[in-house]
Each structure stands twice: as C-alpha cells, then as structure tokens.
Design a protein around this ligand. Structure first.
Ligand code: UT7
Length: 335
C-alpha cells in the first residue's frame, strides 16, 4: 500500500497584518522583521466573532476534498495537527468532523507543533499501510493571533506567527511503483520542551491559571529563539541526510524541498549547508509568517498551484519546532 496525495487546499483568514501594523502596537520595525525573519506580512483572524483552528481547517478541507473529487462521506479518518486547538479539549479534529457533517469516523489530534504535518503524514502512512484507514483527511491549522502578546514584551514571538490552514486528502493505493510516502525520519527531544512553549493554562498548576500568571504573561508563547535557530540549522541538514539514506536517494534526486516556514534565514542556511540551488527550496514565509502546523501543507499547496511540482517529482518535507520535534518525509508524486 502506498500513501498518495489526492488533493490539497489552503485557507487564510481575511485580516492582512503588515510589519508596519505591528510597529503601531509594539517597538519593532519593518526593517527588523524583514532582516531577521524574511516576513513581510501575515494573516490574522478578525477580532469580531469566533474563529477557531477548526473553522480555518474546514475551509482548507473543503478545497482539498474538492480537488480530490471526494465528499466528506468518503473519509474514514481525520488527522488534525495544531498547537492552537479551539479548546483545551476536545480536540479540533472532532470539531472539524462535525463541521464536515460527519458523526462517526475517527478524528485524531496531533500536538507536534511545527512538525505536526510531518508527524501527521507519518501517522496517516502507518494507518494506510496497516489497513486501518484508506481515505484520510490530514489538516494543519492554527489561530495564533488570539494568543499573542502584541506589546513590546512579546515582540520576539508575536511578529513571526500567522494564522492559516491547509489540508491534504490521502489515499491508500495498491501499486508496485515507488510513489507516495517513500521514507520518514522523526525525532523529539523533550528535554528542550521549555525552549518554546505556552505554559498556561496548565494541568500541572492548581488552579490551571490565575491572575498572577496572567500578569506575568505565562499564557503567551515564549521562545528561546537564538537557541532554536542554531538547532534548526544543525538538525535540518542532518535529518534530510537521514531520510535520503533511508530511501537510498541523494539530495540531487529531490526536485523540491518544502521546509517548515519558521524563518527565511533558517531555510537559507539549510540550502547552503546542503549545497542546493535556491530554486530547489520553496519559501512563502514572506506572505504568511510562521503558520506552524499549517506551514508545510500551505507551502505544498502553493507550490502545486505554481506548477513547481511535475509528474514523478520527488519532494522532501522537513522542519523543526516546539517539543522540540524535528523530522523529514520524502514523497514522490505519481509519474
Ligand atoms: O517555528 C518554531 C520554531 N521557531 C523558530 O525556528 C524560531 C527560531 N528563531 C528565530 O527565528 C530568531 O531567533 C528570531 C526571529 C525569533 C529572533 O531573531 P534573532 O536574530 O535571534 O534576534 P535576537 O533574539 O538575538 O534579538 C536581537 C535583538 C535583541 O535586542 P538586544 O538584546 O540585542 O538589544 C532583541 O530584544 O533584537 C531585539 N528584538 C526585536 N527588535 C525589534 C527581538 N524581537 C524584536 C522585534 N523587533 N520584533
């Protein structure tokens, strides 16, 4: 059994936030954000009404289903990757399932942050290969903006995150061809958990959140950016080499690298470390910021739309983020 991408879709909320907009709320500048991250703008949900990750995920899912020629009734599993679920519990996968008009197929949330899509794809592949599922909807969706400290205190984190969603429809196909998911390499180092986290509300605190925690901003994400940057620059080429070795391939066999969009400089360092032509590494962080679990499928959907992935193309998805978690997946499109 091979895990094949049958369709993809992306959705961005309508509120475009430029770097200049951010500089009205905090001490930052367009120049600082562009130079340090490459980001020019991002999309945030509107302040009126209620929009959760499952709502953005729903829009992306509808588009992916349409491209696959499927209806929600064709699905037998939903995998939802997010670090910003609609609620503490239940998972956003269940909410999305209901919004798709379904009421009995399993729905699984993946809490792997920036590598949510990689872990999700690996999980979907395992479900398909084991015969537990045949048609899977894999979604990455984030609403970061409602949980960011947009004062100067939170500027190192607030300027990088964008809201958004992307989805892929995955189908198990019986074929002897070397297509679909070719190889997977996943890692985690929980000893680094506190280097990128949102601490509260937390079940280890009683109460889970209080006024003092709110005053201290412990309900906002915090990040040891410099350290994570250094680790990403080291780990990404390493894991890329690992997954290539598993598949018996070389970097030159890969037609397009689709890395997580955390920082343009990280992806440029990856490109340099691997000795790649810049055309081979897809970046769209400039327009969307870091959309975490959505970033890799969002980039995939855009790369497909731009005609950058031809028949038979080999693509590598890879990334590193909170957990810490990192990994890479090699995928070959059908010839
Ligand atoms: O997707 C999840 C994984 N996350 C990542 O991969 C993020 C990895 N890290 C990064 O992308 C970068 O570390 C950041 C973009 C977060 C920060 O860039 P940096 O070049 O590492 O800057 P820095 O943290 O070393 O800060 C440099 C200076 C500091 O001022 P001083 O101490 O030199 O006076 C910061 O206070 O820049 C200051 N600063 C800012 N200035 C203007 C931090 N944030 C901002 C800001 N605007 N938004």
């Amino acid at each position: 059994m091979r895990t094949i991408i049958k369709g993809s879709g992306r959705f961005l909320p309508p509120r475009k936030i430029s770097n200049h907009d951010l500089s009205r709320w905090m001490e930052t500048s367009d120049q600082w954000i562009r130079q340090r991250t490459g980001i020019e703008e991002r999309y945030w949900v509107t302040q009126e009404g209620r929009t959760g990750s499952s709502d953005l995920g729903l829009e992306a899912s509808r588009l992916a289903l349409e491209k696959a020629g499927w209806t929600p009734g064709d699905l037998d599993l939903i995998i939802f990757a997010t670090l910003s679920p609609d609620y503490f519990f239940p998972g956003s996968g269940c909410l999305l399932q209901a919004k798709l008009g379904l009421n009995s197929i399993p729905a699984l949330d993946i809490r792997q942050q920036c590598t949510g899509f990689l872990y999700g794809l690996a999980t979907a592949d395992a479900y398909i290969r084991s015969g537990l599922a045949t048609r899977i909807l894999l979604v990455g969706a984030e609403v970061h903006s409602t949980g960011l400290d947009v004062s100067t205190r939170g500027r190192d984190v607030a300027v990088i995150f964008g809201d958004g969603a992307a989805a892929v429809c995955l189908e198990g196909e019986s074929t002897t061809e070397q297509v679909g998911v070719l190889a997977v390499s996943l890692h985690a180092d929980g000893s680094m958990a506190e280097s990128l986290m949102t601490e509260a509300p937390a079940s280890c605190c009683n109460p889970r959140i209080d006024e003092q925690m709110l005053r201290q901003g412990r309900h906002y994400p915090r990040m040891d950016g410099r350290n994570i940057f250094k680790l990403a620059v080291r780990r990404l080429p390493e894991v890329a080499g690992e997954v290539l070795a598993k598949a018996g391939l070389e970097a030159r066999d890969v037609d397009l690298f689709i890395p997580h969009q955390a920082n343009l400089r990280i992806n440029q360092a990856f490109e340099k470390a691997m000795g790649l032509d810049s055309q081979k590494v897809f970046n769209n962080i400039q327009k969307y910021g870091n959309t975490t679990a959505a970033s890799i499928p969002l980039a995939l959907d855009e790369a497909l739309e731009e005609g950058l992935i031809g028949p038979g193309a080999i693509v590598m998805f890879l990334g590193l983020g909170s957990g810490l978690t990192w990994g890479a997946v090699l995928y070959r499109f059908q010839p």
